[in-house]
Design a protein around this ligand. Structure first.
Ligand code: UFG
Length: 327
């Protein structure tokens, strides 16, 4: 299938482009390269345009006879979304709206949206199931929820079959070592720990040790980026066989604390990088762990890289080989 992958030169997008090619599909990346990296496409075709550029998007959908869209292009930092909410609505909501218009005009039916655990907010029951009410607590989570709702409303009025994939903590890197995580503004735990191990940051800050968790640090569900990529292929098949407007959590169903991640990063890197204990980071829920039963049952999705050390090791291998990222 010809698949347009918005944000295809980004972290999860590029791993998915690779997985699509490997499975015999024909991905076309659409990326304005503000955040993405052309080398991450490994030679896959690129249309250099913003997702808000409806005319450019519609043109490629029509000219290339695209049947499916995977929509990754979005801003993804909770803290930044609190400081610059309108930029998030512009990029994440308006971008999805323009893309949806182009899909409707070009008759694209299959659509996989990159959504997030951030749509749930701070639920009091764990592991999190898809049925619980979505009560996002920050602009980032709200933009993802609005994107889901917008697509669901369009699906009710058209042939579009959107699938919503709610990732927990995406982590790790391509086990072949070709792709990795290279963000403009790195704030995620595992990359920050590895950058400290490489000496590119003076220390890893640990935000909060007084949470109601076994060791006092926050607990998260880390899911390998290659497993996320695989879930996108399965979601496409699900839409193709009639599925529509279904949300799926993507996580391993197992939580690891920030301290456990620090320990894993020390084991994998063999280094005793400095850690600075800081206060809580505003907006961090104590525990976020997925129930991914629905994805396992309905998509036949089976994460293959759930081991924390393996997740950290694949990320570390890439950082060691690419100490300056893709440049
Ligand atoms: N953390 C540190 N030090 C750091 C970075 C993070 O202690 O340098 C802690 C955070 O406080 C948090 C945990 O590590 O407790 C995980 O933080 P990340 O920033 O790696 O990830 P988040 O859980 O905040 O964010 C992830 C996704 C978001 C998504 C969110 C859903 O990256 O896109 O889950 O709540 F919105």
């Amino acid at each position: 299938m010809k698949v347009l992958v918005t944000g295809g030169a980004g972290y999860i997008g590029s791993h998915t482009v690779k997985a699509l090619r490997r499975a015999g599909h024909l991905p076309i990346a659409l990326d304005d390269l503000r955040e993405g990296h052309e080398p991450a496409l490994l030679g896959a075709p690129l249309v250099r345009a913003a997702v808000q550029d409806r005319a450019a998007v519609e043109r490629v959908l029509r000219e290339e006879h695209v049947e499916g869209v995977m929509h990754f292009a979005a801003y993804c930092y909770v803290g930044e979304s609190v400081r610059s909410p309108l930029a998030y609505y512009e990029n994440n909501v308006l971008g999805t709206l323009r893309l949806a218009e182009a899909c409707a005009a070009a008759g694209v039916r299959f659509f996989v949206l990159s959504s997030s655990a951030a749509v749930y907010g701070e639920p009091d029951r764990q592991p999190i199931e898809e049925e619980i009410p979505c009560r996002p607590v920050n602009p980032y989570g709200r933009t993802k929820r609005v994107a889901e709702e917008l697509l669901a409303d369009l699906a009710a009025a058209s042939e579009l079959r959107p699938i919503f994939l709610r990732y927990f903590n995406a982590a790790g890197a391509d086990p072949d070592g070709e792709l990795g995580e290279d963000h403009r503004l790195e704030t995620h735990l595992i990359p920050c720990a590895l950058l400290a191990a490489l000496g590119r940051r003076p220390a890893l800050s640990v935000f909060g040790a007084d949470y109601p968790t076994p060791d006092g640090t926050c607990v998260r569900d880390f899911v390998h980026v290659t497993d996320l990529a695989d879930a996108h292929l399965k979601a496409l098949e699900f839409a193709r066989s009639g599925g529509s407007c279904r949300a799926f959590n993507l996580g391993n169903g197992r939580g690891f604390s920030v301290q456990e991640v620090v320990d894993a990063a020390r084991r994998v890197t063999g280094g005793d990088f400095p850690v600075a204990q800081e206060g809580r980071r505003p907006g961090d829920p104590p525990v976020l762990v997925a129930s991914s039963q629905r994805a396992r049952a309905e998509l036949s999705w089976q994460p293959r890289h759930g081991d924390l050390d393996e997740i950290v090791r694949t990320a570390w291998d890439w950082y060691r080989r690419h100490p300056n990222g893709y440049c």
